[in-house]
Design a protein around this ligand. Structure first.
Ligand SMILES: [Zn+2]
Length: 205
């Protein structure tokens, strides 16, 4: 799954305060109320919001001062039109070097990750009933607060998201393959190993 385009100014990423922004969360935050009703129903059913809308939000967001030294786009671009827009935008701004990562995870594992995910309603700590269950069912280990499950993480919606991915996002692999800043990472292994591999790629500069 194409997850992240990391742009950085410096060669040494350790010195960069990279701003991480999950695009779907960003979409929820930036849009106004009228847009929200239109977009929420789409997001809830697992289809993508329009390129025009997401592109506009990303363009606006990366102008913020906290993106000056670089930023991470998680879940963007998701379509060819978005990728072309991002290329054009970055070329126009010309201040960041680009790194694109594809963290690939098997389909069924991805479904369990999403459908099993619960998070703390207070501190946001993330659990998974298959891989990292809380000690007491439905309650956060850290503070005992109630865990919540995102309504768009039900199996039907997750499968719909995967169909959309196959149709609209998978073509991005061909789009980026062959570019020297594109890296593919095995996302089926333990998180520590993934982090290690990402560190290696980022360290390569
Ligand atoms: Zn908690």
């Amino acid at each position: 799954m194409l997850r992240q385009a990391i742009n950085r100014q410096n060669q040494n990423v350790d010195t960069v305060e990279a701003e991480s922004a999950e695009t779907s969360a960003m979409v929820r935050k930036v849009m106004n109320r009228v847009m929200k009703e239109r977009v929420s129903s789409k997001m809830a059913s697992g289809v993508l919001v329009s390129d025009e809308l997401v592109n506009g939000i990303v363009e606006k967001r990366i102008e913020a001062p906290d993106c000056r030294n670089g930023f991470i786009l998680d879940g963007f671009p998701r379509t060819l039109a978005q990728a072309r827009f991002l290329d054009e935008l970055l070329a126009r701004r010309g201040r960041w070097s680009t790194l694109v990562l594809n963290i690939a995870v098997d389909r069924e594992a991805l479904i369990r990750r999403a459908t099993g995910r619960w998070s703390c309603s207070v501190d946001g700590e993330i659990y998974n009933i298959y891989f990292k269950p809380p000690k007491r069912e439905g309650l956060c280990d850290l503070d005992g607060a109630v865990l919540v499950h995102r309504s768009d993480d039900n199996e039907e919606t997750v499968r719909q998201r995967q169909t959309v991915y196959e149709e609209q996002t998978r073509p991005l692999l061909e789009y980026y393959r062959g570019r020297d800043y594109f890296h593919e990472v095995d996302g089926n292994v333990a998180p520590e190993l993934i982090a290690q591999e990402l560190g290696r790629i980022l360290g390569d500069g």
